[in-house]
Structure formats: structure tokens, C-alpha cells
Design a protein around this ligand. Sequence first.
Ligand code: MG
Length: 346
Amino acid sequence: MEENKNNFTELSELGEFLLINKLTKNNKIKNNSTKKAIGDDGAVIEYEDNYQTVITNDVLVEGIHFDFSYCPLKYVGYKSVVVNLSDIYAMNAKPEQILVSFAVSNRFSVEALEELYQGIYMACDEYGVDLIGGDTTSSKIGMFLSITAIGKVKKDNQVYRNTAKETDLICVSGDLGAAYLGLQVLEREMKINKDTNVEPEWNDKEYLIQRQLKPEARRDIIELLEKNYIVPTSMIDISDGLSSEILHLCTQSKTGALIYEERLPIAEITRKTAMEMELVPSTAAMNGGEDYELLFTVKLSDYEKLKELEQISVIGHITHQSEGINIIATDGTQVPITAQGWNALL
Ligand SMILES: [Mg+2]
């Protein structure tokens, strides 16, 4: 294969079929449910009795969802898969297959796409998921990625977002706001780098950067709940920020909610960095987004089991719809939660 002067192979030199072969030549199948993967007109999936299928899809667009000036292609690949898997876990299901489609301009080389696929395969290995198909095409500008994830769940264990009940406890996994602060740090350092050519220094901010560039889906939380015989009454993953997700969950469940600001799980480094940047830590936690933690409700009677689990915080409870969706601030005032601008009221 002839290479250009930068040692990058142009896409046009390879053509679609050779490109697909190159990108998928080491594809390994890990799940029994994958009966037929890449190579035929369609893929085939088959489950044991009593299981059902959960399907989700995300489209990611260069310049909107990722920015190559600070996000290496490998991480774009990894994150694109993980955010889809997070949606499958949020249905209390186990993801087993993905389909990946993309459109790219000729600005991307074959090597660049191989790097993207390295990240995609990294996520497949980490989460035990099979790549079973997709499509590739060209675009005039930029990159578009479409990822479909398919999961399986026992019929009785399916969890929806519209089934929270009054008095249920509201729980969240891990900690919140770190991915948003990671983005702020990345943008700040990239600007300094552009203006002065000074190499970025992450120092103690690594955790925040990692949460932004290489988030993880909470498979461990789903497994932890199962091990402790806790089936959430409702669940959603936190992609757009806690405020927005709690509104979805309560609106669809036709309930209200009461959240306590002091109970929001915020990592020390998130708190510290927010202060440095003159941001309110709990605002980053409520509205930041991209944490890919799980927000779920459990029956009050599960509290004894739940309180032992370190990775899970109880942040409030479900109320009657007529009481609205509110947060009690640390100073004791009660404020309605809105999708954005909750901080504007404080
Ligand atoms: Mg979601």
C-alpha cells in the first residue's frame, strides 16, 4: 500500500471493504447469544427462554460530542461505546452486542480509524461485548459515529424509568460533577496551550480528566445490586446531569421528589477544582452531566441492605406528584429543580 509523505494511508487507497476487513480482522466473539456476527447480510442473536432484548442507539458528531483537539481518537471510540452500554445497564440489562457505523471525511487516515477502533475494542473487551456489524460511509466534513448496543435481561428484572413510587428512596452511584470539571480543566489547559504553547499540566486533576475522556459504565453497580437482592423500582443513567435525569424519572413516574444538597456525592478534587474555578460544586453535580452514574429508586424496606454499600448514596426520596420536584439546600431553603439554572435561584 502506497503511503503519503506523513506515513498515513488515505482512505481512498483502501476502499470500503478492505477498510472494514482491516478494522475488524481481530474481532473476537465472547457471548453465546451471538450466533452470527460480521460477515453476512445481518447479525443473529439468540437468547435462552425468559430473556428479552434491550436496544439503544446514540449518534455522536465531531465538534458536538467530541473534539479531537483534546480527545484522542482511541478515547472517542472507547467513550462512544461506554455511553451506550451505560443506557443498557440503566435498564438493569447486560449488554452483549454492539453495531458501529461511521461516516468520515478524507481528512481521516486509515491509521486514525484504526486508533478509533482500538478504543472500541478496548471497551468491548472491558465489558465483554461483541462487535457484530455496522456500516461505513464518507462525509463531506468531520466524523459521525452511530453506535447501537443490544442487551439481555430476565423478563422479571427489567427496570424502567417510569415506575418510581411515593416513599421510595432516591439513590445515586459513585460521585457527580467530576466529568464536567474535567471538561472545564481540559478547555482551560487547551486554551493556555494554544495561546502560549505551554504543555498542559494535569497535576492532581487526573481523576477529573479521566472522568471526562474515559468514563466507565456502572456494570459493577448492577452486579452489586443483584448480589444484594436489590431490584431498583426505577432507574436511569446520568448523561445530562442529575437535575435533568431526576425530572425525567419523576415526570414519567408521575411523582415528586425531594433531594438533599448535602447528600450529593461529590469527590474532594471535584469540590476543590470547582472552588478554584469559582463554580458551585453542587451545581456541577446537579447540572454538569456526562457522569454516567446510575440514578435509581429502591423500596424503603431495602434501606438496611443499601446503607452498607459504599458506592451508593441515598440522596432523597420520592414524594407525591403534587409536592413537586425540589432540592433542600444546605441552608435549609427548598428550591424547585429545573433542568438548568437551579443555581440561579440560590
Ligand atoms: Mg440514558
